[in-house]
Design a binder for this molecule. Structure first.
Ligand SMILES: NC(=O)c1ccc[n+]([C@@H]2O[C@H](COP(=O)([O-])OP(=O)(O)OC[C@H]3O[C@@H](n4cnc5c(N)ncnc54)[C@H](OP(=O)(O)O)[C@@H]3O)[C@@H](O)[C@H]2O)c1
Length: 270
């Protein structure tokens, strides 16, 4: 296929994040992007915001796009794939973010040999700070995978994993922000319980998380080393760590990720 046009189906939360990232932050020419959604208002609003084309039907853009992003709910994916099937062209790359929909399943709904990329993003993609796990089907070349990664760069970082780890990636990273939000929410309540005003507690906790994450990001040190540095003998951190260990903080988190991974496996299609 000669062009690098992009078709995006599904203009909801994640589809919008993809469009905004690629166009507003990534510098993709909006004239080469076609948006489609069954919800007309959602599609038109996004198209006008990012200046992209608002497509009236699938056949208006599918045959003319090299990259097709599928951003509909898992239960809507099968019907969509069968509607797309008669329009598939050689050289097209289909990138799906639908949780639990396997590459094999997409290929079986389209044609075996179709170039398929499976993505597991997380919600910080909305602000360009996401983590996106990528798996590719056999028909996708290294250069093509790099092209997809380049398109996704403005949404955050990308990490390639074999598809058999996609459920684990869902349990760890797709679900990851929820663990962090719960931790932050609980820490804010903890601050209130020791006498700090809620708005102040909130600012302190959020800055703690940002600061700690940035230290890990800019440092080669292991989190345990950084924790040891702030744990002085018979000090406050040491007392706090004892309580967390006694109450199974680590095993609780590990079990949560394992349970989310298991649930992702149960929901898998294909
Ligand atoms: N949100 C997350 O944190 C997250 C993380 C990782 C992966 N994902 C995946 O991202 C995908 C999209 O999630 P979302 O939260 O963005 O969903 P969403 O907000 O519901 O957006 C999906 C959009 O697609 C539309 N749609 C449904 N069927 C369609 C069809 N056949 N053709 C065109 N448009 C169609 C929906 O319209 P109607 O509302 O009218 O049905 C809706 O506007 C899901 O598969 C999910 O598994 C989400």
């Amino acid at each position: 296929m000669e062009n690098n046009n992009i078709g995006l189906i599904g203009c909801g939360a994640m589809g919008s994040a993809l469009a905004r990232g690629m166009i507003s932050r990534g510098g993709i020419d909006p004239a080469s992007v076609y948006l489609y959604d069954l919800n007309e208002a959602r599609k038109k609003q996004l198209a006008s915001e990012v200046n992209a084309n608002s497509a009236e039907s699938l056949d208006e853009f599918i045959p003319h796009c090299r990259f097709i992003f599928l951003a509909v709910k898992p239960q809507d994916t099968e019907g969509l794939l069968y509607a797309i099937k008669p329009m598939v062209q050689d050289g097209q790359i289909y990138a799906s973010i639908a949780a639990g929909i396997t590459i094999n399943y997409i290929e079986s709904c389209l044609y075996s040999g179709t170039k398929v990329v499976r993505l597991m993003p997380n919600t910080p993609c909305l602000i360009g700070e996401g983590a996106i796990v990528i798996s590719t089907g056999d028909a996708v070349t290294e250069d093509e995978c790099r092209e997809v990664e380049k398109l996704l760069e403005p949404l955050g970082m990308t990490i390639r994993l074999p598809e058999n780890l996609m459920d684990a990636a869902t349990g760890l990273s797709g679900t990851g922000p929820a663990y962090v939000y719960l931790f932050i929410e609980t820490m804010i309540d903890a601050g209130v319980s020791v006498g700090i005003r809620r708005d102040v507690s909130s600012k302190l906790v959020i800055q703690n998380v940002i600061g700690a994450a940035k230290m890990l990001d800019s440092n080669v040190q292991h989190p345990a080393e950084l924790r040891n540095i702030v744990t002085s003998p018979a000090g406050t951190t040491s007392s706090a760590m004892l309580i967390l260990e006694e109450n199974g903080f680590r095993s609780c988190l590990i079990k949560a990720v394992r349970e989310a991974t298991k649930r992702s496996e149960e929901l898998r299609m294909g």
